[in-house]
Each structure stands twice: as C-alpha cells, then as structure tokens.
Write a protein that binds this ligand. Sequence first.
Ligand code: AMP
Length: 571
Amino acid sequence: MIREKGCPVSLVSPARTDDPWAAARAALEGLPDGGLNMAWEAADRHARERPRAIAVRWTAPDGRAGCVTYGALAERAARFAGALEALGIAPGTSVFGLLERGPAQVTAILGSLRAGAVYAPLFPEFGPEPLQTRLAGGRAAAVVTSVALWKRRLSKVIDGLDPRPEVLVADADGDPPAGTHDLRALMDAAEPCTLPVATGPESPAFLQFTSGTTGQPKGALHVHEALVAQHETARSVLGLTPDDVFWCTADPGWVTGLVYGVLAPLSVGCTVVVDTGDFDARRWLHLLGEERVTVWYTTPTAVRLLRRAGVDFVRGHGFPHLRRMFSVGEPLDATAVRFGEEAFGLPFRDTWWQTETGAIMIANAAGDMVTPGAMGRPVPGIHAAIAHKRDDGGLDFVHAPDTVGDLVLWPDWPSRFRGYLDAPERTTRCFADGWYITGDLARRDAEGRFWFVGRADDVIKASGHLVSPFEVESALLAHPAVAEAAATGRPDPVAGQLVIAHVALNPDYAPTDEQRRALLAHARKRLGAALAPREILFRDAMPKTRSGKIQRRVLQAEDPGSAAETPATQG
Ligand code: AMP
C-alpha cells in the first residue's frame, strides 16, 4: 500500500481561524457518504447532471477523431475500476499509466482514482531506465499500456520488477501479448462499481515522479483533496466554465497534463480537447479553430516554435472562439507575451506551479491585467514570499522589492504534496521555518508581482520537462568508457535548455567522434529521447569542489555552446 509506507511527515500548517479555501471546498460535491473522490467530481457528477455533454474530444494527425460524453466517461471509469477489482488490485496500491494521449488514458486515470488506487503517470518517451526506476520506486501493482508501448518499452523492464505488476493492454483487441491482460475484455466483463471506493480528502490519489539534482527521481504523493485547489484554479485562474472548450497541450505523463489536461477541467464540466500528435504549427493552429477552442493552455516551447513560424503565418488561421491563452512550465519572456497579442490578438498569460504544489500558485489570472515577463500574483489563498536561507537552516524574509531570493510558500493550500514516497528526509529538506522551499529563485516587485529568476539547483528544464542530472549521469557511468560524467543545461532558443553531458573517459578510451556517437546512442537507448543528452563534451578532468563534488555550474559556464544570457533570466 502506498499509504502504509508512504509519507510520515505532516505538512499541515498551524490552525487558522479562517479557511480561504472554504468556498472552493463547498464547490465540490463530495461522495454520497461524505468522502471525496476526484473521479466522482470529474465524471460521475456531470454524468448525472449532463450525461450527453461532451467530456473529451480527441483528434489524431491521421485524421481519426472521436468524442466521449460525460455519461460514457463515468461508465468507462466505473468499468475500469471493476476490472482492477477483478484482478485483485487493492485500493491504496499504485496503478501506472504508460499510454499515448487519448481517451483510453483518461479512462485509466479516472478509473484508477475511482478504484481508490494511486495513479502514477509515465511519459511514453521514457527509456528502460527511467521506467524501471519509477515502476520499482512507486511499487507498481499494475501498469496500463498499449500494444505498441508494451512491445517497445514495457516488455523490456517488466520481468526485472519484483513483484511483477499486472499489465493491462488497452488496445489488445482480443489478442493480448503473452503475460498481459486485455483491458477491454476485462472492462466488458466487469461489474461496474456504482460508487467509487470510499476515499477521503487525505486518501492518496496520484504519485507524480519529479527530478532533483541528487538521487533518483522522487515520487511526490498527492491526495484527493488536491482537487479543491485544482478545481478552484481552473475556474478562477483559467476562467473555465462548463461551456468552455479547453485544450491543454501538455502530456498527461507529466503533472500539467494530468492536472490541467484531465482532472481540473473535467471537474468544471467543460469539454477537453486531446490531440494525440506532437507539435506541428500548422495543425495546432488549425485545431484551435476547428475544435472551437475557447481557452488554451500551452508552454513557452510551443510559443517559441509558433514565433518561428511567424506572426503572419499565425494570423492566416482563424480562431474566432479563442478567449484566453495561458502558458506554464518555463519562463515566458515579455516578447512571447506580446507575440501572443500581435499574432492571436490575446496575450499569453504566464502561470507558475510545480509538481509539489499540485495546482497553479502564481498567475496572470483571467481578468487580471497581464504584466509581460512576470509570472503574476499569488492565487487567492496562497501565501508566497521571497526569503534567504540562513546557515542555521532558518529563513530571513526579503521585504525590499526586486531582491532575488528563494521563492517560498506557506504550506496550507489543499493541493500541496503530502511528501515524497519513502523519502521523509527529502521531504523534510524542502521545508524551513515551516515554509515550503520551491527550489526556484524569484523576485517580487513593488506591486506584489513575482518574476522568475532561475532554479536554485542544477535541475535541467528541457522542452518543459524537468531532467535530473543524476539520472543522465548514472546512465552514462554505466558505459565502460566513462570515468566521470556530469549533465548540465545549455540555453536553447526553442527547447529552453538542452541536456549536455560532460564526460571524462577511462584511460583506454580516446575522445573520438566515434566514441561520442557510441555514448550518445548508449544514453538514448537507456534513457529515451526525453532525457538523453543532445551532445557529449569530452574533458580530461572534471572541475571539483574541495570536498570532491563535480561543479556543474563551472561546466555549464565553460560549455562553448552556452550563450551569455539564459532564457531563465529574460523578461
Ligand atoms: P514540474 O514540477 O516538472 O512541473 O516543474 C516545475 C518547475 O518548472 C518549477 O519549479 C520552475 O522551475 C519551472 N516553471 C514552472 N512554471 C514556470 C514559469 N511560469 N516560469 C518559469 N519557470 C517555471
């Protein structure tokens, strides 16, 4: 059970006399017996009130498309939960999703939550090592996947897992690969549970792995109560209503796609657009118009790619229904905001949050004046501050405007993570004087807006995905030629940062182009495209601190491909 060995650290703040989230809590229905379940709020509630309303509309680059009503979605989630029950997957255990974007993925998310399981998303581009680490670390009881991903990825790691999780294949069509189950057949045979498993606000709901500088990725554990803040921010920040058509371009293998691509908008009852393809400027612009998207949530990487395509190119497409555009995940510089105004007639509104916060914390919310280059203001109910950490572990708060320091949050919002799975000491390290330390550096201006400055650690953000230097280095060190390895981020006009590996070779190996290619292929095979380094730089020796730690900052500064100004400091 995820709960049993889970996260012993209580992050609950001292008692408050007022509850700024009271209205948000009341906006959720709750289970008939008084509990709280995300899937109930995201599907069943609307299925009762508006069964024919479209919950999900999906499209594929090859022209296939379809839609699922709230009535059908609730039914599918109930059958999925029944299938888990039939396989003996107990509430509180973790169900991983290794799926392409699409309706089966939405069913797996809601069905797992409905069964009281802990849903853990995996990005389909992960190679065998990231998959193995997360499946083992999250104690997978089951994995939902597709035939293609089973063949390409999961089958390569499954036998190394002890105990071996059950594998449910969503598109097996009556012919599941050996050692797997046909999910559709199980769902057809299942007794759909009429009510979700009785979860409460503090029941574990999802486990999202995130990267740190040291150690393996950490599983941030979230509970069903997180939906209070997710639902509220969907309404108040993104301005969503049940009449909206909402498109969040993030993959639900990452936290933004899971929370704002599925849970939050469905809890509001709007129509969610899911595109199963990758970025393609022409197709994406076409989709915005064709799908009548009213609210769009995307990333600075996508904005930069659209800018490349040009203002006139964008203007050549029509989006008469688009009311608002938002961005998240990386710094959104002032030029990108203005590009939105020029090309779409609307600014891109920046929002800031992270895996651990579970919901948007700082934003240029719907209805607010947009300040180009600023992340915006804290969402109502969020207490954000700038502080400096003292040597004794305490905090000194910075009151002077425009002074850079750690961005810290008072941890009393409903969607805060409840800890890293099985790593209480890493959880404790995120807190000082009771405040949550985000790991980001920021400044606050005299008007109370927050501006992103950079990461306080060495974590790399490539195309909006957090990449742990440790994970990349571990894969490289497994190659016999590598004596020492360090991964750093190189500023890139499109991806934000590229992963660069610095390698010192063992004595018998020469720093040739062939060796470089061999190491790149090795890393790509183990890590997959999302985490693998783009370039290998050979060094005779690594710069080190006195205590012998490799100085990634020095390597980064000495990377000949690094420009003087990083995107993180723009705006
Ligand atoms: P993740 O946990 O993968 O969602 O990544 C969270 C991290 O992404 C944050 O700690 C920031 O470093 C970065 N990030 C998220 N939103 C923004 C933003 N609006 N501006 C700059 N960086 C951001």
